[in-house]
Write a protein that binds this ligand. Structure first.
Ligand code: ARG
Length: 416
């Protein structure tokens, strides 16, 4: 009798239940002799988690975890995204980008607990998610191996479809690549890869088109405490519930559709379509409230900080010390950002129509066109000093120009 030593590698796979991760779940057993533990992290995607577990086990996973991380996602990630008005390239509210470090954290936790040799993900070598996932794992658990079969083995969608059919992996013939969580939904692929074509209605699930949205506007009020939304239409609620409710409300009015050309970390320009009704509404409201309560100097500087923070998150640098340093700055600034903002949701738009705050720097007596304590005559001296250098620079330059002109004319006269 021969005794054969079989060596298994134990891999923890971030499993979504979709095509990529289902194919690699099988493939890693086949090619790496891997014992695969699957982990699905619930960050608010509308999925049937029992079905996903069933599917994983059927495809050979030795164990499956479903982790509800919605509260953590809202508390540790989305509160910050709101405080920073986080929009990458002024457009994308970063739903996918924000969830990746959290998913990586959960995978690492299970990898440690299960004494795994490696963690695996289904990211391609073209996108941003590989960067976010890899960098988070490397920061949190430098000793662990990372396996990314789609990237490493150069898998294509067609090949995966073939493989899935041959290996009894149930697949839908879907054309789009979709990622969703509490903060938004991203749709890529298919006809959307042609940037000249309007996205077909079928890609949208959270929002109605402006044509189909209600004829009548709807008003909402959002109350913020230190930069964080705490109540919707006067009703206090936790952030998860508030976002879920607002996704429905604003989505019904077509708010939060985004179609933009995005610069990926790896340098590829891509056409991205998103739905993020709550994110778009909350950021609009929050930004408006900030203008009401923060000084012009803070606002001016915060714009730079906001866009740098969004840049870091987009590019997978969540664990970069600069991100934490910016967090400290924003927490200090946001202490004053409390108040209520009223918006009108209508036909694809969320329009701010009113704001109130005890911390408002708006002073009616200063702003009014009526008689006020503001002494208009003091403006004369202020303007004099405020613009002194600029005026001086302009008049000096004009003098030089005049001199040049005169000497040119004189030279022409001599020549003729
Ligand atoms: N372009 C977006 C981002 O980089 C969305 C990515 C969607 N990811 C996905 N696996 N479908 O964050």
């Amino acid at each position: 009798m021969h005794l054969r030593l079989v060596i298994y590698v134990r891999v923890v796979l971030a499993y979504s239940g979709g095509l990529d991760t289902s194919v690699i779940l099988k493939l890693m057993q086949e090619k790496l002799n891997a014992e695969v533990i699957t982990v699905t992290v619930d960050v608010g995607q509308k999925d049937d988690f029992e079905k996903i577990e069933e599917k994983a086990l059927k495809l050979g996973a030795v164990k499956h975890y479903t982790i509800d991380a919605k509260e953590e996602f809202a508390k540790n990630y989305l509160t910050k995204a709101i405080k920073f008005n986080a929009l990458y390239e002024d457009a994308y509210p970063l739903a996918t980008a924000l969830a990746r470090p959290l998913i990586a954290e959960k995978i690492v936790e299970i990898a440690k607990k299960e004494n795994a040799d490696a963690v695996a993900h289904g990211c391609t070598g073209k996108g941003n998610d590989q960067v976010r996932f890899d960098l988070a794992v490397k920061a949190l658990y430098p000793e662990i191996q990372i396996v990314a079969p789609v990237r490493e083995w150069g898998l294509t969608r067609d090949w995966e479809m073939e493989y899935a059919k041959k290996n009894g992996i149930p697949v839908k013939e879907k054309i789009y690549s979709i990622d969703e969580n509490l903060w938004g939904r991203s749709i890529e692929g298919g006809i959307l890869e042609d940037p000249s074509e309007e996205p077909p209605e079928e890609v949208f699930e959270w929002t109605l088109s402006p044509e189909k949205s209600p004829e009548k506007p709807e008003y909402v009020t959002i109350e913020f405490e230190e930069g964080i939304p705490v109540a919707l239409n006067g009703k206090e609620m936790g952030l998860v519930e508030l976002i879920e409710t607002l996704n429905l409300l604003a989505g019904k009015h077509g708010v939060g559709r985004i179609d933009h050309i995005e610069d990926r970390t790896v340098g590829i320009k891509s056409r991205e379509v998103y739905e993020a009704p709550a994110a778009v509404t909350l950021i609009k409201a929050h930004k408006d409230l900030e203008k009401f309560v923060l000084t012009k100097w803070v606002l001016e500087f915060k714009e730079i900080v906001d866009s740098k923070w969004a840049w870091l998150v987009y590019n997978g640098l969540w664990f970069e010390p600069l991100r934490e340093a910016l967090d400290a700055f924003v927490d200090a600034v946001e202490k004053n950002v409390s108040g209520t903002v009223k918006l009108k949701l209508y036909n694809g738009n969320a329009i701010v129509v009113g704001r109130e705050s005890q911390n408002a720097l708006y002073d009616l007596d200063l702003a009014t066109y009526e008689k006020s304590k503001y002494d208009q005559k003091r403006a004369i001296g202020f303007i004099e000093l405020f613009g002194m250098q600029s005026v001086l620079a302009y008049s000096t330059a004009s003098k030089h120009k005049l001199k040049d002109f005169e000497s040119k004319k004189a030279a022409e006269k001599v020549a003729s």
